[in-house]
Design a protein around this ligand. Structure first.
Ligand SMILES: [Zn+2]
Length: 75
């Protein structure tokens, strides 16, 4: 998986895009992605050249993933 975390620069604790939960008390995106936290990040084209980054906690990621697979899966 190519997270390309170097593009984020300085770490700022994100909040979950869906439930607004705050990230755990950690100091890097790598820690957030790793166990035991296992948050997940998605990047979205933002209409212009910028990229919108969204973070999700584990329960919200599960929900998001099911919804995304439902949209892209076979009819
Ligand atoms: Zn959440």
């Amino acid at each position: 998986m190519d997270w390309d975390l170097g593009t984020f620069g300085t770490f700022t604790r994100p909040t979950c895009a869906d439930c607004a939960a705050e990230a755990p008390e950690i100091d890097s995106y790598y820690a957030l992605i790793g166990r035991p936290f296992s948050w997940r990040m998605t990047r979205h084209a933002n209409g212009d050249a910028s990229i919108l980054v969204k973070w999700r906690c584990v329960p919200c990621w599960r929900t998001y993933k099911v919804a995304a697979e439902g949209r892209s899966g076979p009819a």
